[in-house]
Design a protein. Structure first.
Lengths: 293, 289
């Protein structure tokens, strides 16, 4: 059995009277782990804890065997960390190259030639090699998102924490980014939070579902998806017996949960189906991407 | 049990090399800052390209470096410090701690300080230290007056801008502080004109990062005011140290934070002593020469 690279023991985090995380126990190893959950479930808080941006209110966090609450060890973690926050602002007047280069400098790449080569490499990885000289403020939302991902990829970090990395990114680039992350995950611990269940299905071996600050599910993606087997079917109309239905690209309706009638056309479940079932089959809790009630 | 993975970015060199590279980067950002460029251009025009003949008093010319290199320099470094605030979620989880980044920002003050030194040389060229325009001060005290009015503000203003940028969120804070300082210096200077012999007014006049030491009167003479220019430089340098320490305090933790707080206490006491010495030293009453 592989040893854990990140471990959390009974970790909790509160903001005033609000409890964002409670009793979280996790061991994360090299590979891609997806983090799903409704808005306010504590995903971003958990990622900030892993990224050393936030200390826990209780419990113990260890990243690469180091304690982020000890300043010297925190610096040790940060030397091997890539973090793409959910939202990042960019300084006025910076080009994509200048910004990533500045972050590379803060990541202790002091040799200009090596640093510039690394910056060019990560910009190329996210498909921005031609836009390095463009001012970030003049870029589209998706391009800015890729700039923030590029800085996280600097130095192929041992721990990569990504908060909704593909939001606003076009489908072609998402496919490319999946390949990049899959390659990095051979040796690194990659944790990504997303509302795009297809990204989790395509990338992650393991998925963690958070709900109200607690781990609701932690296991293989295939196992979670398998829980929806036999509970997803297609029909020409929304089935009142289903917990949730929505129209697919073929014009037919996908029905999930509830009690399927005899003779319905069962289809292979997706991670999204399983996630919605886990959440109680109710879209009100979570307006998941691509789902129309 | 946990395991530490040992791979990471190649060609890294933590510590001093990172600080030096970062300080150079921030310096480059400062010299390209429009506010600072304007300030330097204006000083260059005033001291080099402007009319230099017929200079009849020093107090009309020597505040310019303080206003532009110090005041505008403060606004430029304030902007420089604040510019990365939006990127803090990314910048804040890099191995370079906030105090180190702050120190790199403080290091950029060497540029306006250098400009201040050049301005001083040019000023002395325009009005030699032997000129009667300086009043009753000794030659060394005249140099101290000029250093305190030209060079040290050019250093202190940008340092104050960094400290302000680290602690204050209001975007116009540097401009407001500039106006406040300008107003304070103007008020206490006016007070000194009417109460030149008052010890309290002398303390108020010196309780500022910039102070006048003489007044050119209409009869053609120069009245040298109370106070020691040398101790005033000490007071100004103590203020510079306080600005740096206050800036460094942001984000400092553990032993570093304790040391900074201790150093702040020492600098505060030193500043107070030097202010008292500046007020008590020099001439004990105004002298007109």
């Amino acid at each position: 059995m592989a040893t854990a690279s990140i471990s959390l023991r009974d970790v909790g985090r509160t903001f005033g009277a609000t409890r964002a995380l409670a009793g979280v126990d996790l061991d994360l190893r090299p590979g891609v782990t997806g983090l799903l959950g409704p808005n306010g479930a504590g995903k971003t808080t958990l990622l900030r804890l892993l990224a050393t941006a936030l200390p826990p209110s209780q419990g113990q966090v260890r990243v690469l065997g180091l304690d982020p609450e000890v300043p010297a060890e925190r610096t040790g973690i940060r030397r091997q960390l890539g973090y793409q926050p959910q939202e990042v602002g960019f300084p006025r007047g910076f080009t994509a190259f200048a910004f990533v280069d500045y972050i590379a400098l803060l990541k202790e790449w002091t040799q200009p030639a090596a640093r510039h080569a690394e910056v060019r490499r990560v910009l190329d990885l996210v498909g921005l090699s031609d836009l390095g000289a463009k001012r970030i403020r003049a870029m589209s939302g998706g391009q800015r998102r890729r700039v923030s991902l590029a800085q996280a990829l600097l130095g192929s970090p041992a721990v990569l924490i990504l908060d909704e990395p593909t939001t606003g990114v076009d489908p072609e680039q998402r496919v490319v980014l999946r390949a990049v992350l899959a390659e990095l995950a051979r040796t690194s611990v990659v944790v990504l939070s997303t509302h795009q269940t297809e990204d989790v299905a395509a990338l992650c071996e393991r998925v963690i579902v958070l709900d109200r600050g607690r781990v609701r599910y932690d296991g293989p993606v295939t196992e979670l998806t398998g829980q929806a087997a036999g509970r997803v079917w297609l029909a020409d109309e929304p089935d009142p017996a289903a917990s949730i239905s929505w129209r697919t690209g073929t014009g037919r309706y996908r029905n999930v949960g509830g009690r399927a009638r005899d003779g319905v056309e069962h289809v292979e479940p997706s991670l999204e189906d399983a996630y919605l079932l886990l959440r109680g089959g109710s879209p009100e809790h979570e307006p998941a991407q691509g789902v129309a009630s | 049990m946990t395991a530490t993975l040992t791979f990471g970015p190649p060609a890294t060199s933590p510590g001093r090399a990172t600080f030096t590279a970062l300080a150079i980067r921030e310096t480059r950002r400062l010299v390209l800052n429009p506010v600072f460029l304007f300030a330097v251009a204006f000083i260059t025009f005033v001291l080099w390209a402007g009319p230099d003949a017929g200079q009849t008093e020093i107090d009309t010319a020597n505040p310019y470096p303080a206003i532009f290199l110090g005041g505008f320099g403060m606004m430029a470094t304030y902007w420089l410090t604040r510019s990365m605030r939006a990127s803090e979620p990314v910048v804040g989880v890099t191995p370079v701690t906030q105090p180190v980044r702050t120190a790199a920002l403080c290091a950029v003050a060497i540029v306006p300080f250098g400009c201040g030194c050049l301005a001083l040389l040019r000023f002395v060229q325009l009005i030699p230290v032997s000129s009667p325009l300086y009043g009753a001060f000794s030659p060394s005290a005249r140099v101290a007056v000029l250093v305190g009015q030209i060079v040290i503000p050019a250093l202190g203003g940008p340092l104050l801008g960094v400290a302000l940028g680290r602690w204050v969120r209001f975007p116009g804070a540097a401009f407001v502080l500039f106006l406040l300082l300008y107003g304070w210096v103007s008020v206490v200077t006016i007070l000194s004109m009417s109460h030149a012999n008052s010890a309290l007014v002398a303390v108020l006049r010196l309780f500022a990062p910039f102070a006048f030491f003489s007044l050119h009167n209409d009869a053609g003479g120069v009245t040298a005011w109370r106070g020691s220019p040398w101790f005033f430089i000490g007071w100004q340098l103590a203020l510079c140290a306080i600005a740096v320490l206050v800036a460094l305090l942001r984000g400092a933790e553990g032993r570093v934070r304790t040391r900074i707080i201790r150093a702040l206490g020492i600098a505060g006491v030193a500043a107070l002593i030097l202010l008292v010495l500046a007020a008590l030293g020099g001439f004990t009453h105004p002298l007109t020469a």
